[in-house]
Design a protein around this ligand. Structure first.
Ligand code: ZN
Ligand code: ZN
Ligand code: FE
Length: 760
């Protein structure tokens, strides 16, 4: 006979943890209670047989709900007599007021629900919106906290008696499942043509699947917005989709019917399999297999393809009447717009693209794109952290000194609120360049601040004077009387790493395409010393400055970048003329470019991304960038099968790594060696050069850790080589684990500087 108090900390609120504890206690015949204790986690009091309490604790760890993350379990034995005759869930009235509450992300359909979906005897057989306490939409249905049905878009669907009984039964899997529904009382699905005219069908989902399989484009409403679905085996619908979305080359994500289907066209290792089948069901970038047989229009010029598995009942049913291994499932967003979430908006904006629309009548409260992940060896690299992850907080090692908000930069943006040890990041917002995406960031940020009940003191944004996010920060600051600080782009990248790993000082290697520098120049290949001691950092070294011929045009047309670098050592004129067709204005444009090069003035950049771009042009991989990162990504895809044939020694002088020489070497060896080997050689040069520089600086400054951040850190080859050299030197090498290395992680870095720094 024993009495035990148990404290569980971690992500244990709003994730079905208390009902789980209740069921477990009742099953073990234990009395007592479970209740939320705010930031202190969940408190459980148990009375009963000692053996049964031990069993309870074992199963608590082993069988916890999918979304729960347990950081610590503390137990203490209590003296005294039994006080409880049963086990209860104690509700605390103040729950909604607690700051930093956890808002659960959407979770993929669980195995139990999937089994019921397929069981003809089950009341929810064939019901597309089958969910339980362990699965279903969360963030995308929640309008306010506490997380009760009344505060979600499910309030439009009053429960029938059958659902009500399950909802009220503590021993049922759907006890307090806020999204509980059945074919009788829950959301309905229907098919229309592209003008919204109903198409009669007693099986609209499977009919939609067949339509996709036959070559039609179907807009499909999901948890966080609409997808556009198309065949992966036919070129025609993909060409149409590319034209309509103005996406000439940008890869489309696909949804495969099963893991076996994935293995028929892509390589899947253990870590990738775990991610594909996880509750978050992200899109995982997988290496195309030797006998890849899907349309080349899905991920043109890349060695990998983004794949996800079905994550709702609807998705599973979509494939039932087809043999297709996968469908293209790309976010339905018009160019430069957020993903479409409302029915009317869908008809208006997608009617021209889609042939048919598969709707359901449940409103979407928050839009949320799919997440995208890539695996480097054992570690996962977020390219986009959104559905399945956001807005669950990232738990930091140290508590913030003040509550701070970060609004990020411009491209691939997110927002962040940091309070206590929790960093809440918004879902993927996209490129904040116009009113629509600005409004999306603003409303998501307001929603998150409201849900977490954070008492914000500081708002941080980028140093760039013209970013939309900078003006939004000014607005927020004025409206709420928050202090506003501007953070240099690469400083924010490195600070995000420091916050994630809970360290106080670091030599950071920040490599990306562009960030506004302290001197107003374009930065992007930086070695920085960062600490929390002040809001400043030290720029210790960087890549060689290279001319951006024609400013932004050099980013769009990597041939310009290459010409600016090669000039003087190579007959650039002749080379450019060979490629005259790749310039919109042909020879006339080349004349202007040559004049600009000779004049030698204009903006320069230290960007690592631009060097990779230039190499992509030199090696004929990419002459025009049609999406963010395209030339560099295609260069990596080429290099992945190469080896270091040139073995160039990094040239470093005055803390600057030379980038001209390696590009000339590549140019001059084009006819001697394979392009893959040359592409790899450049990667090797940059990785070794940056690692050497960083190690030298770490020794000088007596810093023990080196970190790698910025969009270029998504590159597997660079990361792998750097890691080997830096770890061999006895230093720690840190990369991002829970947020994107690219600009999607910027908001956390900004908020971290505002929250952790000793202010000056
Ligand atoms: Zn379920
Ligand atoms: Zn029902
Ligand atoms: Fe960046």
């Amino acid at each position: 006979m024993a009495r035990l108090k148990v404290r569980v900390t971690g992500i244990v609120q709003g994730v079905g943890f208390r009902p789980f504890i209740y069921r477990l206690a009742v099953r073990k015949g234990l009395n007592g209670y479970v209740r939320n204790r705010g930031d202190a986690g969940v408190e459980i009091l148990l009375e009963g047989d000692e053996e049964k309490i031990d069993d309870f604790l074992r199963e608590l760890r082993a069988k916890k709900p999918p979304l729960a993350v347990i950081h610590e379990i503390k137990t203490s034995h209590l003296k005294g007599k039994y006080r409880f005759k049963e086990f209860t869930i104690q509700k605390s009235s103040r729950e909604a007021e607690l700051s930093g509450s956890i808002i659960p992300p959407d979770i993929a359909i669980c195995d139990d629900c999937l089994r019921e979906l397929r069981d003809p005897k089950d009341p929810r057989y064939d019901y597309f919106f089958i969910t339980c306490t362990n699965c279903g939409p969360r963030y995308t249905v929640i309008e306010s906290l506490p997380y009760d049905r009344e505060n979600t878009t499910m309030r439009d669907f009053p429960m029938c008696q059958f659902c009500m009984n399950e909802y009220a039964d503590p021993l049922n899997r759907r006890f307090h499942a806020q999204t509980i529904a059945c074919p009788k009382c829950g959301p309905k699905v229907y098919l229309t043509d592209n003008r919204g005219e109903r198409i009669e069908s007693n099986d609209p989902i499977r009919m939609a699947g067949q339509l996709v399989s036959e070559g039609h484009i179907v807009a499909i409403k999901g948890y966080g917005g609409f997808h556009l679905a198309a065949s992966t085996l036919m070129d025609e619908p993909l060409l149409r989709l590319r034209r309509a979305k103005h996406r000439r080359q940008k890869p489309f994500a696909i949804m495969a019917r099963s893991l076996d289907a994935v293995r028929s066209f892509a390589e899947v290792n253990r870590r990738e399999r775990e991610l594909l089948t996880s509750y978050a069901r992200p899109i995982v970038l997988l290496k195309k297999s030797e006998n890849y047989y899907l349309s080349d229009l899905i991920a043109p010029g890349l060695h990998n393809v983004g794949v996800m598995l079905p994550y709702t009942g609807l998705h599973y049913m979509l494939f039932d009447m087809t043999d297709d291994p996968a469908f293209v499932m790309t976010s339905a967003n018009p160019p430069n717009q957020p993903i479409v979430k409302d029915d009317e908006e869908a008809l208006k904006r997608l009617g021209d693209i889609a042939d048919y629309m598969l709707f359901h009548n449940r409103r979407i409260a928050q839009r949320c794109d799919d997440s995208v992940i890539r695996v480097h060896g054992e570690s996962t690299v977020f390219l986009r952290r959104s559905r399945g992850y956001a807005p669950a907080p990232i738990m930091l090692r140290h508590a913030a000194k003040r509550c701070a908000v970060g609004l990020g930069g411009e491209l691939n943006n997110t927002g962040c609120i940091l309070l206590g040890r929790k960093a809440f990041l918004t879902q993927h917002i996209g490129d904040v360049e116009n009113v629509e995406t600005r409004a999306f960031l603003e409303s998501s940020m307001r929603h998150l601040i409201h849900l977490t009940n954070g008492k914000v003191e500081v708002i941080a944004c980028d140093l760039h004077p013209k970013f939309v996010t900078t003006s939004l920060a000014e607005e927020f600051s004025e409206e709420n009387d928050w202090q506003m600080i501007q953070i240099q782009h690469h400083h924010a990248h490195i600070a995000a790493l420091m916050a994630e790993h809970g360290i106080d000082e670091i030599i950071g290697i920040a490599c990306d395409g562009y960030g506004y520098g302290l001197d107003g120049e374009a930065w992007g290949g930086e070695i920085l010393l960062c600490t929390w001691e002040s809001m400043d950092f030290k720029r210790l070294a960087h890549l060689e400055r290279q001319p951006l011929i024609g400013g932004d045009l050099a980013t769009r047309y990597p041939l310009r970048m290459a010409a600016g670098i090669l000039h003087g050592r190579v007959d650039v004129e002749e080379w450019l003329l060979q490629h005259r067709k790749s310039f919109p204005h042909g020879e006339r444009e080349i004349e202007v470019i040559l004049k600009q090069i000779k004049r030698g003035r204009g903006i320069r950049t230290t960007s690592c991304g631009r060097i990779l771009d230039a190499a992509a042009a030199i090696l004929d991989v990419c002459y025009e960038r049609t999406y963010e990162g395209e030339p560099a990504m295609k260069l990596e895809s080429l290099a992945i099968s190469g080896r270091d044939i040139l073995k160039l020694k990094p040239t470093i002088a005055n803390d600057i790594l030379d980038t001209t020489e390696p590009l000339i070497e590549i140019f001059e060896n084009k006819s001697r060696y394979s392009k893959a080997d040359l592409a790899y050689s450049l990667h090797s040069y940059l990785a070794r050069g940056l690692a050497e520089l960083a190690i030298e600086k770490a020794m000088e400054e007596n810093v023990k850790a080196i970190g790698f951040s910025g969009g270029v850190a998504c590159n597997q080859i660079l990361t792998t080589i750097m890691r080997r050299i830096i770890e061999d030197s006895g230093l720690k090498f840190l990369v991002h684990n829970s947020i994107p290395p690219g600009d999607g992680g910027l908001s956390l870095g900004q908020a971290a500087i505002a929250a952790f720094s000793n202010q000056t």
